[in-house]
Design a protein around this ligand. Sequence first.
Ligand code: HEC
Length: 162
Amino acid sequence: MRNTSNMVFLSVMTPLLLAGCGDDSIAIAENPTQQTMTQLKRWYSQDQVERGNPLYQSHCAVCHKPDASGTKEWNKLDANGKLPPPPLNGSAHTWHHPLSILRRTVIYGGIPLGGTMPAFGDKLTPQQIYDILAWVQSHWSDEIYKIWNQRNSMANNRTGSG
Ligand code: HEC
């Protein structure tokens, strides 16, 4: 049987690694009047955010910075043709990915796709990965979260996984 989840992962990650997808990250600012400030219920609890913080600090902060601000010029390739660690705080591209893809990025890392992020699938439990992602997403504004949430539910409808 073919592993369709890996294929989804590859098709989404490859354009990211190659192009950085800077194009539609400005879409939010273009329609400020259409944004509503209504707060959306998030998928994680405050407990998860608190558990995720020390895990993030010990496993991820060395590259993505303690405040998840990553590298300012995150879509410029370095001298070796690799992308630097991007911000995860909602200012870059991370919110374009549904939760399932964010999880897979942490589990498999970026090395199989020509990137440099190490894999964490054998270092962190599934629950710890969810907790770290909760902490990461707690840095996202309500506007970013709302758009992410729409994409995330569309992705869940397509693949039936979360
Ligand atoms: C050794 C440095 C390094 C460490 C440690 C690291 N990352 Fe990364 N991360 C990167 C790089 C570089 C990229 C860009 C893709 C690539 O090159 O693999 C990336 C990409 C990502 C992405 C995709 C971002 C996007 O905008 O699409 C996520 C999500 C992510 N990392 C989360 C994490 C989390 C969570 C941890 C800790 C469990 C972590 N990273 C640890 C270097 C690192």
